[in-house]
Write a protein that binds this ligand. Structure first.
Ligand SMILES: Cc1cc2nc3c(=O)[nH]c(=O)nc-3n(C[C@H](O)[C@H](O)[C@H](O)COP(=O)(O)OP(=O)(O)OC[C@H]3O[C@@H](n4cnc5c(N)ncnc54)[C@H](O)[C@@H]3O)c2cc1C
Length: 366
């Protein structure tokens, strides 16, 4: 049947390799880095992402991660929270997630090539460090600045919003089993419990000049929690973008993960999206018809894109955000419904007229 070549061995590439292997295909992965591969990330996997990981057969050892049962939004005067309707999420250190995916891919017989840079594609072969590697199917999972997206003609990719994200670990016992999203004028800091004695704090901002330490006092509730806590390891950064890629498939070539477009990190959905894409892509390759992947990809991205737009509108307008958080605080049912829709537990049609009207009324009178 010919080999599936996956360019990029991050979460999306490894998930694609595992799903393709489960579908009975022969798979090789090429990544220019070597494990354990770290990256700036909030390190939260939502319940729908965990369900997808389970379907991939990846076992997450409960003693090495931390569960969370919902999301809490906070600013200086509001606090509103909702629990997941479809299970729990997990805070998983990025390097641990990578390790588990690598282990599982290896066990399934995926050929993994580390320290191998893909430099081009022509015809039915990619170029890896100067040599040609033939493929039946090529899966490009080389991240948001994907070289292969450009080389294979699957562009333009339009970034509508670009922000900067920084990740830092603090040695402190999680004070809650919710992911907390703290809002302030300079952006958001969100906190994911990742171990019994550690939390991950991701700071997302529009302003590249604003550094983590300078921003923290803008989030007084969080600064109080972190006061005196030891910083573990180094603080790392990455760009986060809402990026639309119109075509994610052409002939035997498909894009996956951030190479195929992305939503702002604040949604916490990047990993879950990639894991879900992996199944539909594997099914398309198995059936020898890549075309259905295009439509399936569009369906997977629709809700996260809408949520990203909504959340970014709160980021840009402070007064509007106050009103919305105040209204959601009084109409908690609406926040619960929004979270259920976001994590796939409910369809948007299930939002319900009652909560919508009550939320609208609260917004008007705020
Ligand atoms: C600050 C921040 C916080 C986030 N928080 C969350 C969160 O809490 N939850 C969540 O679900 N998502 C979160 N995300 C999004 C999540 O990190 C991404 O969705 C995820 O990393 C995408 O995985 P990927 O495999 O597509 O890309 P990447 O992780 O970037 O992997 C791409 C891989 O391709 C390799 N590569 C690149 N070019 C080449 C080449 N030429 N040859 C060979 N290999 C190559 C790289 O070495 C890398 O290993 C966050 C993102 C940011 C920036």
């Amino acid at each position: 049947m010919g080999r599936v070549i996956v360019a990029g061995g991050g979460p999306a590439g490894l998930a694609a390799a595992i799903a393709a292997r489960q579908a009975g295909l022969d798979v090789s992965v090429y990544d220019c880095l070597r494990p354990p591969i770290d990256k700036a990330c909030g390190e939260g996997i939502m319940p729908d992402g965990l369900a997808a990981l389970q379907r991939l057969g990846v076992t997450i050892p409960a003693e090495r991660v931390c569960g969370f049962r919902g999301i809490r939004f906070l600013d200086e005067s509001h606090s509103v929270q909702a629990t997941f309707a479809n299970g729990i999420g997990y805070g998983v250190r990025r390097v641990l997630l990578h390790e588990l995916l690598v282990e599982h891919a290896t066990a399934l017989g995926v050929e993994l090539n580390w320290g191998a840079r893909v430099t081009g594609v022509s015809g039915n072969a990619i170029e890896v460090d100067g040599r040609q590697v033939p493929f039946r199917w090529l899966v490009c999972a080389d991240g948001q600045n994907s070289l292969l997206r450009r080389k294979s003609g699957l562009f333009p990719a339009v970034a509508s919003q670009t922000r900067y994200g920084f990740r830092r670990h603090y040695r402190v016992a999680p004070w809650t089993d919710f992911v907390e999203v703290h809002w302030a004028e300079y952006g958001q800091m969100y906190v994911t419990p990742i171990a019994q004695d550690e939390v991950c704090v991701a700071f997302i901002t529009r302003d590249l000049e604003t550094r983590f330490d300078a921003a923290l006092p803008q989030f007084p509730k969080l600064a109080a929690r972190l006061k005196g806590a030891e910083i573990a390891g180094t603080t790392i950064g990455a760009v986060t973008a809402s990026r639309l890629v119109r075509r994610v498939q052409s002939g035997p070539i498909a894009l996956i993960g951030e190479a195929a477009g992305s939503v702002d990190a604040i949604t916490g959905e990047g990993l879950s999206i990639a894991f879900r894409q992996a199944f539909v892509l594997a099914a398309a390759m198995r059936r020898n018809r890549m075309e259905p992947y295009q439509a399936a990809h569009g369906r997977i991205m629709r809700k996260p894109r809408t949520m990203a737009r909504l959340l970014l509108s709160l980021d840009q307008r402070q007064r509007f955000r106050h009103r919305v958080l105040g209204a959601l605080e009084r109409q908690n049912e609406a926040f619960e419904s929004m979270l259920a829709i976001h994590t796939g537990a409910k369809s948007a049609l299930d939002f319900g007229v009652g909560p919508a009207v009550r939320l609208g009324w609260e917004l008007l009178r705020a």
